[in-house]
Design a binder for this molecule. Structure first.
Ligand SMILES: [Fe+2]
Ligand SMILES: [Fe+2]
Length: 276
């Protein structure tokens, strides 16, 4: 059996003071706490025809497994990142993701049912959980997956005329923005510390996750088409936002850059929406 890692600095006597903006985010996270049991009106009826219920439930099932993975990954990171300010904000994320899991369980049961994970969602999420390095894990979860999730939520929110779903997505989206902010505020400190020989590993992981991520979004295309939701347009927005987030980071050392990736999304989008 492998012994548990003792956190660096567990017995340090000086107060942590390296990340004041993470402390602000921690305060914001505590202020924003909401109770999904009480704040969402679960008694309201869902008025959607059966084929749209299934299509929506299939996309939300992909998201649901992402929420469960995010809960596990945030918990893993609490135990493995070296800085206390980051542990505190990630501990809030654990509670937030636990609520998202609960909210999607209730929504999916009311809507239709929980469908099995898609092939690529399973590959991506298991690899993120299995990765030990906290820096790589945070790149994959906070910079890639959380950003894609944000834009998928927004696309669903804008195109689905169903009040209960909109209400769940609104509450969840409020938290998810804080999770990409963790990447902006903390990831540079982890990237700076990566030894040069680890950068090749980090690049390889990003190539793998990007491939799986594209596959995961593509898995959702047939159902999104039924709902009139353009996931390729959401992908373009996520890509622009990815570069906006990177521009706010003090270093992008070790982060993968794929020039012309918007063209790849275009091609996939044409496949997904033959009428475009
Ligand atoms: Fe979440
Ligand atoms: Fe999240």
């Amino acid at each position: 059996m492998v012994a548990a890692r003792i956190p660096e600095g567990l017995f340090d006597q000086q107060l942590p003071d390296r990340f004041p903006r993470l402390v602000n985010l921690y305060e914001k996270a505590k202020r924003d706490f909401w109770n999904e049991t009480e704040e969402i009106d679960w008694a309201q009826e869902i008025n959607l025809p059966p084929e749209l219920r299934e299509a929506l439930a299939r996309i939300l099932s992909i998201i649901y497994y992402g929420e469960r993975a995010a809960l596990t990954i945030a918990g893993q990171l609490v135990g493995t990142v070296p800085d206390e300010e980051a542990k505190q904000v990630l501990a809030c994320q654990v509670v937030e993701e636990a609520k998202h899991v609960g909210a999607f369980q209730r929504l999916l049961q009311k809507l239709d049912r929980i469908y099995p994970p898609s092939y690529f969602a399973k590959k991506l999420l298991t690899d993120l959980i299995a990765t030990n390095d906290p820096c790589a894990k945070m790149v994959g979860m906070h910079l890639f997956v959380e950003n894609i999730a944000n834009h998928t939520f927004k696309a669903l929110r804008d195109h689905i005329d169903e009040p209960l779903t909109k209400s769940v997505l609104d509450y969840v989206a409020r938290d998810e923005k804080k999770h990409t902010a963790i990447a902006v505020l903390y990831l540079p400190a982890l990237l700076e510390k990566q030894p040069a020989h680890r950068l090749a590993f980090l690049y390889a992981k990003q190539v793998k996750w990007l491939t799986y991520g594209v596959g995961m979004v593509k898995d959702g295309y047939p159902f999104a088409r039924l709902l009139n939701v353009d996931l390729a347009a959401a992908g373009q927005k996520a890509l622009r936002d990815h570069y906006r987030l990177r521009s706010q980071m003090s270093t992008t050392r070790g982060l993968l850059d794929v020039p012309g990736f918007d063209k790849v999304i275009d091609v996939l989008g044409k496949w997904a929406n033959p009428s475009v």
